[in-house]
Design a protein. Structure first.
Lengths: 262, 290
């Protein structure tokens, strides 16, 4: 039977639940932004959302399309220059959670958002790293959200845009990264977390209608599976309603005609 | 400071082969200036921008650029910049050399340029492949702690172009809202050209507002709506529907050429550009001086 919610919704809800009230979260655009704002509208009203555009403590009523929509500035505690966001807030160690997406991930949570194929002669040129390299290294910890397919969960990245645990077993810390790295990968099938010793990602939770075999089959390397794989609690009525309202408001706002006075 | 038309400011200060930064992070992107550079047919530019955005997608697709220094090259919230991709993947309309950074790296590079330092430092690029493909990214050993710290060479654009809400008649420029690296790019440049929504007698600037003093500004041009389809806080919102529509317009070379021909090359100035897209409203209550 098909559950009355989509995989994207399940993924967004699972990601939102990872955030705690009062945490300082450096938010990327897209699903991370939806999840962080869902958390703010549900269990974490005092979460501090920081967007790399320089908006600190922002409380948008609709989700921004871009990382720098006016809505983010209008509802922020402070709007600071971008160099300050990266130097004082992120590098200064004031961010608890960095929230990242990517095109590819490997078993140690390293991410590629730069290029598919060879860098000089790319098959697909992707937008690039943006804020991710320093978010990945400096945030207290990192949550990654990414749909789980063998094309995205690859044995070897075409390009390392931002560091997870590098080759594992302490390589990340030895490289000088300040933060604890990718402590959770939330996919549309379940949740992966690093093994404390090897730092390799392993499946620790699955969504209700998904088998462990299906998650393994959606992974491009032999996926490690925790001895006990828990089931993620399904979205509550409130979570779904609030998320859907947020997205409906967002769609209406982004379709609104703009008039430019001149 | 000279108060010029945008046409004259570009004609006078933007030359083929220059290193040019049109800054503004999502907000206050100087689209009108980018379009005027396309109209005047500038070539071989080294374009610098943290987020190339649609403005550089258009300039690259129109053949203005030989090189691009950047840190994130997508259509925010939408997907790819198809003209940038076509240039990098297929060399169309001409090959594009790319110099790729992270946001933090580029911010440090502008900050160093503004401060007349040879390089910027950051705890950056750790464990990534970016230094492998961008040999400009190097490192130093901290003389106090022995730590290894990443370095990026200072960015010093020949010309930085910004859009802002207000300038006064002496060319003092008020920046407000999301700033990105506007201030740093302005201070790093040899010349600074600013387009503004309005020229006023006195800036509406509280103490500690971000004001670029007129004696740092090479030229000001009054171009209402000059950031569209980006936005100017308090004047007009970002046209997110246009950003969504650009994905389709820019995907195909012919469709892109037709759009540029109709709306940029086929219009005399920015007011005509806005009218051609049907987004220009008649003069409203805002006090606009032209």
């Amino acid at each position: 039977m098909t559950p009355p919610w989509t995989r994207d919704e399940m993924m967004t809800v699972a990601a939102a639940r990872m955030l705690w009230d009062g945490c300082v979260c450096f938010v990327g655009i897209g699903l991370p932004s939806a999840a962080a704002n869902l958390a703010r509208h549900t269990h974490a009203p005092d979460i501090v959302l920081v967007y790399e555009s320089g908006t600190v403590g922002t409380r948008p009523d609709v989700l921004p399309l871009s990382i720098g929509d006016g809505e983010l500035a209008d509802t922020a505690t402070a709007v600071v220059p971008l160099p300050e966001i990266f130097a004082y807030y992120l590098q200064g160690g004031r961010v608890d959670v960095g929230f990242l997406g990517a095109a590819q991930i490997d078993r140690f949570g390293n991410l590629n958002s730069t290029v598919i194929g060879d860098y000089a002669r790319p098959k697909t040129r992707l937008p690039g790293a943006g804020g991710a390299p320093e978010i990945a290294s400096s945030a207290g910890q990192v949550f990654v959200v990414l749909k789980q397919t063998p094309r995205a969960f690859v044995p070897r990245l075409d390009f390392v845009s931002s560091a997870g645990f590098l080759e594992g077993r302490g390589a990340r810390a030895r490289a000088g990264a300040a933060g604890a790295g990718p402590q959770a990968v939330i996919t549309d099938l379940g949740i992966l977390r690093p093994d404390p010793e090897t730092e390799e990602l392993q499946l620790v939770e699955r969504f209700e209608d998904v088998t462990v075999e299906r998650v393994v089959a959606a992974t491009g390397w032999p996926l490690a599976v925790a001895p006990h794989v828990n089931v993620v609690a399904p979205p509550t009525g409130d979570e779904l309603r609030i998320l859907r309202d947020l997205q409906a408001r967002t769609r209406a706002a982004h379709a609104r005609a703009i008039r430019v006075p001149y | 400071m000279a108060l010029l038309t945008l046409h004259d400011a570009v004609a006078r200060y933007v030359e083929d082969g220059q290193t040019l930064a049109l800054e503004g992070f999502t907000h206050l992107i100087p689209f009108a200036a980018g379009h005027e550079i396309i109209r005047q047919g500038r070539r071989d530019l080294h374009l610098v921008r943290m987020t190339p955005d649609l403005v550089y997608d258009q300039m690259i697709g129109a053949g203005c650029a030989r090189a691009l220094t950047f840190s994130w090259g997508g259509n925010p919230g939408v997907g790819s910049l198809h003209r940038l991709r076509d240039a990098v993947e297929n060399g169309w309309p001409r090959p594009l050399e790319i110099v790729e950074h992270s946001h933090a790296g580029m911010a440090a590079a502008y900050t160093a340029g503004a401060a007349n330092l040879p390089f910027g430092v950051l705890r950056g690029y750790i464990g990534t492949d970016l230094p492998r493909v961008n040999p400009q990214v190097k490192s130093v050993t901290c003389p106090y702690t022995g730590e290894t710290i990443a370095t990026v060479p200072a960015l010093r654009p020949d010309v930085t172009i910004l859009h802002a809400v207000q300038a006064d008649r002496r060319g003092n420029v008020l920046l407000r809202g999301i700033l990105g690296a506007q201030k740093e790019a302005a201070m790093a440049a040899r010349r600074l050209v600013v387009t503004v929504e309005q020229v006023v007698d006195a800036l509406d600037a509280p103490m500690n507002a971000v004001v670029l003093p007129g004696w740092l500004v090479t030229a000001v041009a009054c171009v209402p709506g000059g950031a569209y389809p980006s936005y100017a806080q308090g004047c007009y919102a970002r046209d997110n529907a246009f950003y969504l529509a650009w994905d389709e317009i820019s995907r195909d070379r012919d469709r892109f050429r037709q759009w540029i021909d109709a709306h940029v090359l086929g219009t005399r100035d920015h007011a005509a550009f806005l009218r051609s897209l049907g987004v220009a409203s008649t003069r409203d209550a805002m006090e606009v001086t032209r």
